[in-house]
Design a protein around this ligand. Structure first.
Ligand code: GDP
Length: 372
């Protein structure tokens, strides 16, 4: 029972959906992946235990040519299950793949399908995608609420939750944070870290705006911003104009292997993510918060979209108003000045991540949906 995975989101490109789709491949019995090109893909694919077929384009769209290729791959590999890494727009190929013999079609949704659900035209396309699939999956209750109104009642009844998991072996307490601190000269320094792409939605600017208040209470605190992105220059300028540049460290983008130790280098993990573009750009879930919990860190999370699902408020960390830096600062100071509480919340987060956010659990759900 081979599964054809059709996706634009696949490593070596970095991001939550890429990690999600890649990890699910490991949970399936037989897989062949059809995806787009990205820099470094040949080297990356060479080490994979399954076949990856790269289209000649950088973005896979549901054109007749791409559909023909997908059908050809189904036949060549004897695939009779299809997983769309993101439902929109590739799920529009659903009816053609069904005619070609797909017995089960699962289409995953993420944050951007909530946009499709709200925009005329795109909304109708999403409805067709829902009707063509056996199951449309969502990553959070918030996403489900946004997407369901665009679908037919039958498709809504077939919706299921499929969340990403966390590798709790990779992300574990004391997985290299001390070394990172040594390297950065941060031994014994209170550290708040955010690991994410540097884009406005993730709220690194809110952390910088909150930082003067944090420094007023914890003068030696350092804000560690891990990741790269289009917002870097603006954030650096903001740190300068806010007068906190000397206590903000930008690492730039890091290799995959460095992420867990950098998370572990923190006392508190914070991402006050916010919803942008009039509600059309929310945080669908926020896997970095779960990675931080798995590492045993208390988390401070912005209340945006499905991000609320990644924290048990008051137990594993706090959900905060991402538009109000003083509220963010209040929680950061609370956790930095009460290490016992921070530790207890981190431990609770680790337990929760292990129990509820394992890849094995996500894999079992997906195998059931694909009937493999
Ligand atoms: P998204 O970027 O909006 O998809 O945010 P998510 O929180 O859903 O997922 C981000 C994923 O990318 C997580 O698994 C992070 O650990 C990872 N990530 C974030 N920044 C970096 C980086 O600089 N390097 C690497 N290798 N991974 C990163």
């Amino acid at each position: 029972m081979t599964v054809l995975v059709v996706t634009n989101d696949f490593p070596p490109r970095q991001g939550g959906i890429e990690t999600f789709v890649r990890s699910l491949c490991d949970e399936l019995p037989e897989v062949v992946v059809y995806t787009s090109r990205s820099p470094g893909d040949t080297t990356y694919d060479a080490d994979l235990p399954f076949t990856v077929v790269r289209d000649r384009t950088a973005v896979l769209l549901p054109t007749p040519r791409v559909t023909r290729n997908a059908v050809r791959l189904m036949r060549a590999h004897g695939a009779d299950r299809v997983l769309f890494g993101a439902a929109a727009p590739l799920g529009l190929m659903g009816p053609a793949l069904r005619r070609a013999g797909a017995r089960r079609i699962v289409a995953m949704t993420h944050g951007h399908e909530t946009w499709w659900a709200g925009v005329p035209g795109a909304r109708q396309a999403l409805r067709r995608i829902g009707d063509a699939a056996d199951t449309l999956t969502t990553v959070s209750s918030w996403c489900e609420e946004q997407i369901a109104p665009a679908l037919s009642p039958a498709a809504v009844r077939r919706m299921r939750r499929l969340t990403p998991g966390v590798d709790t072996d990779r992300f574990s307490p004391e997985c290299g944070g001390e070394e990172v601190r040594k390297g950065l000269g941060l031994e014994g320094v209170p550290v708040v870290a955010c690991v994410s792409r540097l884009v406005p939605r993730k709220g690194q600017d809110t952390l910088i705006r909150a930082w003067p208040r944090v420094l007023a209470a914890v003068p030696s605190a350092v804000l560690l911003l891990v990741g790269g992105g289009s917002d870097r220059a603006r954030l650096e300028a903001l740190a300068e104009s806010t007068g906190v540049a000397s206590s903000v460290v930008f690492t730039g983008p890091l290799p995959w292997t460095d992420i867990p130790p950098y998370v572990d280098a923190a006392d508190v993990f914070a991402m006050p993510c916010r919803t942008r573009r009039f509600g059309f750009e929310p945080e669908a879930l926020g896997i970095v918060m779960l990675e931080a919990s798995a590492t045993g860190k208390p988390v401070v999370v912005g209340d945006s979209g499905g991000a609320a699902d990644t924290v048990r408020h008051g137990e594993t960390g706090y959900l905060v108003d991402p538009y109000y830096p003083p509220a963010v600062a209040l929680r950061l100071v609370e956790l930095l000045t009460d290490p016992a509480q921070a530790k207890a919340m981190g431990e609770a987060g680790r337990g929760w991540a292990r129990e509820h956010w394992s890849w094995a659990r996500s894999g079992a759900t997906l195998r059931e949906l694909l009937d493999t």
